[in-house]
Design a protein around this ligand. Structure first.
Ligand code: SF4
Ligand code: SF4
Length: 231
């Protein structure tokens, strides 16, 4: 390995592997490496006060390779997908999509500290796979009975009001006509997601192997008495 190659690897950001992994999950248009840390996203976010880290801070942590801290942050789970950050970002970074990718990665690694949020997502997905549409009463009842039993009485007036105005119904909804087609689409989407996750894992493994090999080459060059490496 030449000195130029060694210098190139040595100047690579330490968190580049994790950054690549997140960008791989978001897709080719993630542009996360283009973040200029301007803070527009955090300043625009209606959920920022409830987040462990603002989106800007979270992206800095991703660049620093703080995998555990990022994946256990509540920030992606507090995101309400309003897209205010994404439309205002001067670098056109699809911030909301990054939040979705981080949620998926946190669930895969069991890193989410807030156990209720992934469970709510799973319940919602079950609704969609079963009926092809949301069943609010079933979803809410399941979630609150499971996680927030003591809060149910406080929710009752709003629920009754929604039932009276026809915004909700106690009966499960009718399945949509195209439910077999929808299920095929969902299966295909899961296969695509699994393939993407597999490609990302291979990329990360290759990145780690490359860093290990380079570290060994640097050690060999430094101990081989062949002069300065310039690092
Ligand atoms: S608005 Fe965009 S460029 Fe600015 S900190 Fe947020 S993600 Fe980075
Ligand atoms: S999309 Fe999420 S992160 Fe962006 S402003 Fe809205 S709540 Fe905040």
């Amino acid at each position: 390995m030449t000195q130029v190659q060694l210098a190139s690897v040595a100047t690579r950001e330490p968190g580049a592997g994790f950054l690549d992994e997140v960008m791989g999950r978001v897709g080719a248009s993630s542009r996360l490496d283009m973040c200029i840390q301007c803070g527009t996203c955090g300043g625009s976010c209606p959920s920022a006060d409830d987040m462990d880290h603002t989106p800007r801070a979270l992206f800095a942590m991703i660049r620093a390779g703080m995998r555990d801290a990022v994946l256990s942050s509540n920030t992606p789970w507090m995101c309400v997908s309003c897209y205010r950050c994404a439309v205002r970002c001067p670098q056109d970074i699809p911030i909301t999509d990054v939040m979705y990718a981080l949620k998926a990665m946190a669930v895969e690694r069991g890193a989410c500290r807030r156990a209720t949020a992934p469970d709510f997502s799973r319940a919602f997905i079950w609704n969609i796979e079963t009926f092809g549409r949301s069943f609010e009463v079933g979803l809410t009842a399941r979630h609150y009975l499971r996680h927030y039993l003591t809060r149910l009485p406080a929710m009752a007036p709003m629920g009754i009001s929604m039932l009276r105005s026809g915004r909700m119904t106690l009966l499960p909804p009718r399945r949509i006509h195209g439910i077999p087609g929808l299920r095929r689409i969902l299966v295909a989407a899961k296969e695509l997601e699994a393939a993407k996750a597999g490609a990302t894992r291979r990329h990360v493994d290759a990145d780690r192997a490359r860093v290990t090999a380079t570290t060994a080459a640097i050690a060999t060059a430094a101990g081989g008495g062949h002069g300065e490496t310039g690092l």
